[in-house]
Design a protein around this ligand. Structure first.
Ligand code: HEC
Length: 145
């Protein structure tokens, strides 16, 4: 009976993508401190954020009346241990709240790069990908490991 429950629980986690993405991230050993986006991507993302997200989440990412902050301690503790891919997919499929799924992968990628920059994670020389599977190999670590 116990074994059966464990199998069902694992299958449930795998179907949510959580089990896979955490294992993948550990295997690849990359995290947000490794320079996972470029300055150019973040710069483009800054303008796109202002246009698509700022009205609700605040120009300084501090949140609004309804929308939570996208930078700082609370935000980072929400996402700590998850992956950049989890974040990217969350934004891609549910934001902007008033027209979800309307932005291209390139736009979502650049906005993700900008949000990483705004949370003080360093830029690097490798372009950030637009594939969720690739981004799921990068762990969000609130504190430099
Ligand atoms: C019309 C207002 C509005 C716009 C525009 C909007 N959001 Fe949101 N967003 C919200 C609200 C309200 C929530 C909280 C409810 C929810 O999670 O659906 C939220 C939640 C989120 C979350 C989850 C935060 C967390 O820590 O769990 C993220 C990430 C996010 N938004 C990113 C974005 C990005 C990036 C954009 C621009 C592409 C954007 N949002 C545009 C209103 C908005």
């Amino acid at each position: 009976m116990k074994v059966k429950f464990a199998v069902i629980a694992l299958a449930g986690l795998a179907s949510l993508g959580l089990y896979d993405s955490r294992l993948g991230a550990q295997a690849a050993g990359k995290n947000v401190w490794d320079g996972v986006y470029t300055k150019e991507q973040a710069e483009r993302g800054k303008g796109l954020y202002a246009k698509e997200c700022g009205s609700c989440h605040g120009d300084q990412l501090t949140g609004g009346e309804m929308a939570p902050a996208l930078a700082g301690g609370d935000f980072l503790s929400n996402w700590n241990g998850l992956t950049v891919g989890d974040f990217y997919d969350r934004v891609r499929t549910s934001m902007p709240l008033n027209k979800p799924n309307s932005l291209s992968r390139d736009v979502n990628r650049d906005i993700t790069a900008f949000i990483l920059q705004a949370n003080s994670f360093p830029a690097g020389t490798t372009d950030m990908d637009t594939k969720s599977e690739m981004l799921k190999m990068i762990t969000i670590e609130a504190k430099k490991p």
